[in-house]
Design a protein. Structure first.
Length: 194
């Protein structure tokens, strides 16, 4: 007599784990409004030829950026499936305290890549249980400290002494930003409940 275990349920999809996203939200409408206003002013100044020129030039930029954006979004999607939610919540969740902020700061400082990688990863971390404070610390650390960028670009142009000074001054900023974001998120959540 063989006992068969019930089949394991598949992990929840990223869309089910977090909030469902609308294709067109407020930020998209805002950016589209800016595009239309810009197009209107170019049309007023240069006519339809000016508008078509901008569209033709930007379509090459779009073709160049699209694979990078797609790769970054796929990295974020894979992270949501591969990293256990419990581990993320324990190490960098909303209740992870100062330890979570330090871990997120360290990850942001050493993680290479551009905004096409970092922002999808930050979104993925939020989706799978990271707290707002650690995610703010992660993005701030990548922006301010970024060891990869410092080694490749800053040291050759600005020198080791300058980069060391800049990084030491920047070091507490991600932690402070994370603490501020955590406090602000709690304040906003508390004011919405009342």
């Amino acid at each position: 007599m063989s006992s068969s275990a019930p089949p394991a349920s598949p992990p929840p999809s990223p869309q089910k784990a977090g909030k469902s996203r609308s294709l067109v939200d407020g930020s998209t409408l805002f950016v589209l409004t800016l595009v239309l206003v810009g197009a209107f002013f170019v049309w007023r100044r240069d006519g339809w030829g000016g508008v078509w020129h901008v569209l033709a030039e930007d379509s090459w930029l779009f073709v160049d950026i699209l694979p990078k954006v797609l790769a970054g979004c796929l990295i974020g999607a894979f992270v949501t499936v591969l990293l256990p939610r419990e581990m993320v919540t324990r190490w960098v969740g909303g209740e992870s305290g100062l330890t979570g902020l330090v871990i997120a700061t360290a990850i942001g400082a050493v993680l290479p890549g551009g905004p096409f990688t970092i922002y999808p990863l930050a979104g993925a971390f939020l989706t799978i249980g990271a707290g707002i404070g650690p995610v703010v610390a992660f993005v701030t650390s990548w922006t301010l400290i970024g060891l990869n960028r410092a080694i490749i670009w800053e040291v050759p142009f600005l020198g080791f002494d300058f980069v060391t000074t800049r990084m030491l001054i920047s070091l507490p900023m991600p932690i402070l930003a994370g603490l501020g974001a955590r406090a602000l998120a709690r304040f906003v959540a508390g004011s919405l409940k009342t």
